[in-house]
Design a protein around this ligand. Structure first.
Ligand code: SAM
Length: 332
């Protein structure tokens, strides 16, 4: 008799319809290249810089030991620093896991809509030794589903000290419903005094550049060899669903994204008890911290600059870097 059909581990994933399907397919099909090949990326300087900004953000605002010590009123330096719980929403392939280890996380819950990326993040954690901190990984559309669908009540019983959304929150601004679902997921399990950190494209920059596109141009594209952004409409600028197409060399192949209007975001976040404590363009994060005792040398270690202070980014990468802003909110 013929061999029986092998039973697949999982049912084949159904392709999601609409823009979210394009986003998921894109991130699921991008290979996890590993550290060695990553070094050969033509935009390695920019990638290193983005990682350095995230490290600064985590160390300054989201170090679980820092925020927990505030909560229990424990003086720093007395006894071992406490360790915290982190929710990494839109974790991708787990690019921040090492950072969470360094930030003394006790436990990380990591979630992303792209199931293949989630598997890669889990493998990365396992190869890290897996014993630095506990971690649980799950696939979930965090902008349409509650976190409780991905994690058991036991996993959510203790609140998070930190919620992190790196380079991913803007996908929620497709609609007000998605943005609210995202904020509910951020806030619901974050303890008072805990921090919400993230990185998103800078709406002011995007809209200024859009306004600068010549009326004679064939389409509403601006950028350079490293990044390109194409809007579909010059005049229609809704608060939600203000779409553009994003290309970033060796990283993002024309994916639909949405403008996050900062004041609107801040106003909505306040409804969820989240209050802004930091907002800075990436260029200013750089100038603010380049001389810093910890973050200056870290820049050399992370190969953002060489020992002589020479940048690893060319002008196009430096311009692309400043599309983004970094932020931190505190839950009150
Ligand atoms: N945070 C990671 C990092 O900094 O390396 C990954 C950033 S990647 C540019 C954006 C991530 O957002 C992708 O992994 C994508 O799958 C995720 N994402 C987009 N929409 C999402 C959603 N609705 N729910 C959860 N994750 C989502």
């Amino acid at each position: 008799s013929p061999d029986p059909e092998p039973i697949p581990d999982q049912p084949p994933a159904k392709r999601l319809a609409g823009d979210v399907g394009v986003v998921v397919d894109h991130y699921n099909t991008r290979p996890d290249v590993g550290v060695a090949q990553r070094e050969t990326s033509p935009i390695i300087g920019l990638k290193s810089f983005n990682n350095w900004v995230k490290s600064v953000l985590i160390s300054r605002f989201a170090h679980p030991a820092l925020t927990t010590s505030k909560l229990v009123g424990r003086a720093r330096g007395r006894g071992p620093p406490p360790r915290g719980r982190v929710l990494d929403m839109g974790c991708g392939k787990g690019g921040d896991l090492t950072k969470w280890g360094k930030a003394r996380a006790a436990e990380v819950l990591a979630v992303d809509i792209a199931a293949v990326s989630v598997d890669q993040a889990r493998s990365r954690w396992q190869t890290m030794g897996g014993n630095k901190f506990d971690a649980t990984f799950a696939a979930l559309d965090c902008y349409t589903e509650p976190l409780s669908k991905a994690f058991s009540p036991a996993k959510l019983a203790k609140p998070f000290d930190v919620v992190s959304m790196q380079f991913c929150m803007h996908y929620a601004f497709e609609s007000i419903q998605k943005a609210r679902c995202m904020l509910e997921n951020v806030s619901k399990w974050l303890r008072p005094g805990g921090t919400f950190i993230g990185t998103i494209p800078n709406a002011d920059q995007l809209l200024e550049n859009l306004a600068g596109v010549s009326p004679d141009a064939p389409d509403l594209t601006f950028g350079n060899d490293v990044y390109k952004i194409r809007f579909e409409d010059r005049t229609h600028t809704p608060l939600f669903g203000h779409k553009y197409w994003f290309y970033l060399q060796d990283a993002v192949e024309n994916v639909p994204e949405y403008v996050v209007k900062w004041d609107n975001f801040v106003q909505m976040a306040a409804e969820y008890g989240l209050h802004v404590v930091y907002k800075e363009e990436f260029h200013d994060v750089f100038s603010e911290h380049r001389e810093h005792a910890e973050f200056g040398p870290l820049m050399v270690k992370m190969k953002v600059v060489d020992a002589n202070g020479e940048s690893a980014m060319d002008e196009d990468q430096w311009e692309a870097a400043n599309i983004y802003i970094a932020f931190a909110f505190e839950k009150r």
